[in-house]
Design a protein around this ligand. Structure first.
Ligand code: B12
Length: 210
């Protein structure tokens, strides 16, 4: 596990992929890999960047290694899937191109049997609103990693209200920049610290919808 964390920090994509495979074959739980090695690796990369020890290229390489590891986990996480429960629209907000966390939430929801319409990154309020109008999802999930882009979440919620769609969908928000108080302030229904919280919240909605 420690070695996996180091490989991601050093941005070694091929080695990361191989190590994830090995650890899975040895019987390790995919969620434990994420929790104990992969997510902490990205956390440390962020700290190194903030401390001026890593620059953008190192951060980008680490992100690529992380994504290579996630590709291996994807089918394994999805295997737990239990049929079609409903739709969720997901995206990273306008101005923000961080997508690892959003992809992880998407995979976890798909693994729980939800259909996810993934709008990708840099999604404007208008695009979120149009997707809600078109797909009529149970929930809309927005991800923001930058303090400068999280305000776009409020703009999206306001735009939903103006379009008369706010009551038709539960809005959940997350990403490293976001906190519970902020979610409340902007009128979101839920803040989740991780992908498991997102999954549990959507499951609750499904149960309530009967
Ligand atoms: C990798 C990375 C990048 C990569 C992104 C690659 C990619 N494809 O995503 C690259 C190199 C492109 C990048 C660029 C930049 N980055 Co950057 N980046 C990171 C880093 C190191 C890791 C992010 C990550 O993937 N974490 C792992 C995932 C799994 O975590 P997560 O996204 O938080 O998601 C989890 C939860 O938050 C939750 N979640 C996420 N979304 C959602 C949604 C819902 C609905 C729910 C319920 C839950 C949920 O579930 C996930 C886990 O289960 C962070 C450091 C950090 N601590 O976050 C900095 C960080 C986010 N970046 C930062 C900065 C400053 C930048 C740049 C501005 C740098 C620059 N000078 O250009 C640019 C901005 C580009 C842009 N316009 O978006 C800062 C932000 C500071 C701030 N407070 O605003 C950070 C915090 C680094 C730091 N400590 O300074 N970055």
């Amino acid at each position: 596990m420690d070695e996996l964390k180091e490989l991601i920090k050093q941005g070694k994509a091929e080695e990361t992929e191989a190590r994830v495979r090995e650890l899975l074959q040895a019987g390790n739980d995919p969620e434990a890999l994420l929790r104990e090695a992969m997510i902490p690796a990205m956390e440390e990369v962020g700290n190194l960047f903030q401390a001026g020890e890593y620059y953008l290229p190192e951060m980008l390489l680490a992100a690529r290694a992380m994504q290579a590891g996630l590709e291996v986990l994807k089918p394994v996480l999805a295997r737990h899937g239990a049929g079609f429960l409903g739709k969720v629209v997901m995206g990273t907000v306008q101005g923000d191109i961080h997508d690892i966390g959003k992809n992880l939430v998407t995979m976890t929801l798909e693994g729980a049997g939800l259909e996810v319409i993934d709008l990708g990154v840099d999604v404007s309020p208008e695009r979120f609103v149009n997707a809600v109008r078109e797909h009529k999802p149970l929930a809309l999930g927005m991800s923001a990693l930058l303090t400068t882009t999280m305000l776009s979440m409020k703009e999206t919620i306001d735009a939903l209200r103006e379009a008369g769609l706010r009551d038709s969908v539960r809005v959940m928000v997350g990403g490293a920049a976001v906190r519970g108080e902020f979610a409340e302030e902007i009128g979101a229904d839920f803040y989740g610290p991780d992908s498991v919280a997102a999954r549990d919240y959507v499951r609750q909605i499904v149960e309530l919808a009967g």
